[in-house]
Design a binder for this molecule. Structure first.
Ligand SMILES: [Zn+2]
Length: 297
């Protein structure tokens, strides 16, 4: 049976409380030393439908993504929708058709909230996180967290800005930076998880519906597999016992794993460095735009 029936991504930026109805859980047997076990990761896409990127029309982007899912045999990618965008984006006119294409390609749909509000801007005057968690639990939903993040939305934004400014974009370098940033993030997240949980969990990679994905997701999947990762579906990922975690940290920043590591006060580094946009943007300028760092300042 399909466990992932309904997922609600709640309220806090892109890495937030998100909810899945618990279905039948698979029992995961944890060997004491599983060094050869495949690292497992599911693909998730936030903020669907997103606006236009620097390179593709929304239709082209969707066609490419669907072809990548097919050619790479990606099981059950999950798409977190902002339904409000279907109505309010100029490029959202045919969004229902594009979303249907993802479902036809084996994808499952989840909710990223209607309007993508920040938790700090919505009501529930006290103990908001607890209130949100309780409210979602009362509705039979659970957190559809992510455990791996490479801030692809920021790289998409950098490409759009560079295109608007008429700068030359080295597409091979952009592909390499996109792939490398996410593979390193996956390995960072898995290492952090092994320290925080004592095991390698089923991971969820946070991506967005971007031109970066339309152009380079196939390369990223190939590189992840080359690096020892198995691509799994959303049901398997969210059946991991980690879905019961409710990290109590000062705010909901970072991935689920980063929050657990923070709660446990593990030794640093606890954050993937390229999710700092200053670090990411300097890399983009240097490697993709071939700008000398510090030049023109
Ligand atoms: Zn988002």
């Amino acid at each position: 049976m399909t466990g992932l029936r309904f997922v609600l991504k709640a309220m806090i930026a892109c890495i937030a409380l998100a909810m899945v109805v618990p279905g039948k859980r698979t029992i995961s047997v944890i060997a004491s030393t599983p060094p050869q076990a495949a690292k497992r990761i599911a693909l998730s896409f936030d903020d669907v439908p997103r606006g236009r990127g620097a390179f593709l029309t929304p239709d082209e982007r969707t066609a490419r993504l669907v072809e990548i899912f097919r050619s790479r045999h990606v099981p059950q990618p999950v798409f977190f929708l902002n339904p409000n965008r279907i109505v309010h984006f100029g490029d959202g006119i045919d969004a229902p058709k594009r979303i249907a294409a993802y479902v036809a390609a084996g994808g499952v749909l989840a909710n990223h909230t209607n309007t993508h509000p920040k938790l700090s801007k919505v009501t529930a005057d006290r103990a908001k996180r607890a209130a949100v968690r309780a409210g979602l639990a009362a509705r039979g939903m659970m957190n559809g967290y992510a455990t791996i993040d490479g801030s692809d939305w920021n790289m998409e934004g950098q490409a759009i800005a560079a295109r608007k400014a008429g700068k030359a974009i080295d597409m091979d370098a952009l592909r390499d930076l996109y792939v490398e940033t996410h593979v390193r993030s996956a390995d960072f997240g898995d290492e952090l998880a092994r320290r925080a949980l004592g095991r390698s969990p089923a991971h969820v990679l946070l991506l967005h519906e971007t031109d970066m994905a339309g152009l380079f997701l196939g390369d990223l999947i190939d590189a992840l597999r080359q690096d020892g990762w198995e691509i799994i579906g959303a049901d398997e990922a969210y059946a991991d016992p980690m879905h019961r975690e409710r990290p109590d940290v000062a705010w909901t920043a970072g991935t689920m794993i980063e929050q657990i590591a923070w709660e446990k006060k593990l030794a640093k580094p606890r954050w993937y460095e390229r999710n700092d946009v200053k670090v990411a943007n300097a890399l983009f300028a240097e490697r993709v735009l071939h700008e000398k760092l510090g030049a023109g300042k």
